[in-house]
Design a protein around this ligand. Structure first.
Ligand code: MG
Length: 169
């Protein structure tokens, strides 16, 4: 008998930003599956998409399942430079297997550059496809870190996501 209660999850991720290879270890800047022009890019084992990682962890967290680092270890060569949509699709499959669907997501992206607002519609549209939801179920907010600390100095990107899952009998 599936759980009949809504479930809530929180996901968090941070990636260091460095000059793009070969000058640094940064990979092309991609967020929510959308490529963006930026002289810096995320350092990570996969493609470093902090938004997709945080959404994946919010869904897994709501389900009480192992987190993204446990399921897709950063020491496993299989996930090296892997598109992060793969991880989110894995979380969605686990959600469906548990008879849940996404009620809504609220995402907060914190970085100095690039500006997130112009990319919001493309990010939301990409997420609707992976998650099988309407655009009114996904909210994306962009904030800066007011110039302080590593995020404020443009050396990192940080993302928080809250996900509400609803029973889908
Ligand atoms: Mg990550």
């Amino acid at each position: 008998m599936p759980d009949q209660n809504p479930r809530i999850g929180h996901g968090y991720d941070l990636h260091r930003l460095e000059p793009l290879a070969p000058e640094g270890a940064g990979q092309p800047f991609i967020l929510g599956g959308i490529a963006m022009e930026h002289p810096l890019g995320p350092v990570g084992h996969s493609d470093g998409d902090a938004l997709l990682h945080a959404i994946t962890d919010a869904i897994l967290g709501a389900l009480g399942e192992p987190d993204i680092g446990q399921l897709y270890s950063d020491s496993d060569p299989e996930w090296h430079q892997k598109a992060s949509t793969h991880f989110l699709e894995g979380a969605v499959r686990r959600m469906m297997a548990r008879s849940y669907k996404v009620g809504n997501l609220d995402c907060t992206i914190i970085c100095e550059r690039p500006k997130i607002i112009p990319h919001k519609p493309a990010i939301v549209e990409a997420l609707t496809k992976v998650l099988g939801v309407g655009s009114d179920q996904i909210n994306v907010k962009g904030k800066t870190h007011e110039g302080v600390d590593a995020v404020g100095e443009g050396r990192a990107i940080e993302v928080h996501v809250v996900a509400l899952l609803l029973p889908d009998p």
